[in-house]
Structures are given as C-alpha cells and as structure tokens.
Design a protein around this ligand. Structure first.
Ligand SMILES: [Zn+2]
Ligand SMILES: [Zn+2]
Length: 231
C-alpha cells in the first residue's frame, strides 16, 4: 500500500496512458486501507490487549458489514486489475513503473488464489503415490515372507532311476506335475509337501505365493512345513 502511494505520488504526471491503471491503484489502495482498518478493529485485542467490542454494538455491526463488502470489492478489483493489465495498451511503455506495480499486485493475488488448488493437487498426488508405494511395499513384504517359508519346504532333484525322495515315493508312472501337467525331466527340481504331493519347484512356488495350501488336497502348507531342504 505504501508502495502504491509512493509510486502514485512520484509518477502521477506520467501515469496517463490508455489503460486505467491509476484508477485501479487508487481504488485498490482505498479498499485495502478499509480492509486493514476492519482487520485491526477485530484483532485489536491482540495488538492493544483491549477486549474485542461486543458483537451487537452498532460499530461492530458496521465493521462487520464493511469487512464483508471490502473483501468482495477486493476480489472484483482484482478481476478489474487483471482485465486492465492483460488488455493491449501503451501503459507498459508510457508508465512502466505503474504498470509493473499493477502487474505485481494482480499476479501476487492470483498466485494466492491459485496456491490452495496447487497445494491440494500436490497433496492428492502425494497421497496417491504414498498409497501406491505402501501397496507395493506390502506385496513385496508378503512375497518375502512366503519366500522365507518356502525355504522350509523340502526340495529334491528328480532322477528317473530314483523313486524314494525323503519319506515320499515318486513312481515313474506318476512322475508328473499336477499343476503344469508336464512329466518331470531328469534333473528337474521338485518340492514334496507334507501331504506327499509333489510338483515342479517353480510351479508350486508360484502357486503358494497366491494360495498357501496344496493344490490337490488343500492341506495348509506354509505354516506346517519345517523340514530342511535336501538337494
Ligand atoms: Zn509343473
Ligand atoms: Zn496335498
């Protein structure tokens, strides 16, 4: 406000141009002074330590109406100012200081208006990203947990000439995986569950990441298995 008074005083004679910048600045300065007055009236207890006036006094009602009116006027003045500085004219060359001050006022005010939307958008985006990362982290932790438990399920290397694997038996006629339905190849890694059902290691690991039970008999696998692996 002080800036406006100084600029208008010093540049009054140079301020005649095609855009009504002088009118805008004067109206803005007067309205801002009124807003400041009403604000001081309401917050003078903070400044002077005096109690805030009773709400039903004439002065209080008047100040309240004045405050609402000046706040509304402020927004209308800003729109007026925006229209002035955005329209083509010679003020930028004829009255550069006035134009710069007017542009600064309008830009700052629009920035203040827009800032909450930017903040909200930023918070919304951050929140979405946070949820996505939290979800990914949870999936990763779950998978880690499953992989740790899978280490407790015995693993064997299949050999066509061998039928005994730990305390389980795999007959040559039944040497195939019930998940992918493919026969076991020589050297393929298998897992044999406590229920004695056997599968390709890769097939059953993927299955157990989704469902912690045997695909054939539905017996729970991961919590009950505690044998060491045997290659
Ligand atoms: Zn398989
Ligand atoms: Zn089973």
């Amino acid at each position: 406000m002080l800036e406006i008074i100084i600029v208008l005083s010093l540049k009054w004679s140079e301020s005649v141009c095609s855009q009504p910048l002088r009118t805008f600045l004067i109206v803005f300065a007067v309205n801002s002074t009124l807003i400041l007055t009403t604000n001081i009236f309401y917050f003078k207890s903070l400044i002077t330590g005096m109690p805030i006036p009773e709400e039903d006094t004439f002065l209080s009602k008047f100040m309240s109406s004045l405050h609402r009116t000046t706040e509304l006027m402020d927004q209308l003045i800003m729109i007026f100012g925006f229209l002035i500085v955005s329209q083509p004219g010679d003020c930028k060359k004829v009255a550069p200081v006035l134009f710069a001050v007017s542009l600064q006022i309008v830009t700052l005010r629009f920035a203040i208006w827009i800032l909450p939307f930017f903040l909200l958008t930023f918070v919304f985006c951050c929140f979405g990203t946070f949820l996505m990362l939290a979800s990914k982290y949870k999936k990763w932790k779950d998978k880690q947990k499953v992989m740790e438990m899978l280490d407790q399920v015995p693993r064997y290397k299949y050999q066509p000439s061998q039928t005994a694997y730990g305390d389980a038996v795999i007959e040559t006629s039944a040497a195939d995986c019930a998940i992918c339905l493919a026969p076991y190849e020589d050297g393929a890694y298998l897992r044999i569950l406590e229920c004695k059902h056997h599968y390709h290691q890769e097939c059953i690991d993927q299955w157990l990441c989704l469902t912690p039970s045997c695909p054939l008999c539905k017996r729970e696998v991961l919590r009950r298995s505690n044998s060491d692996s045997n290659v």
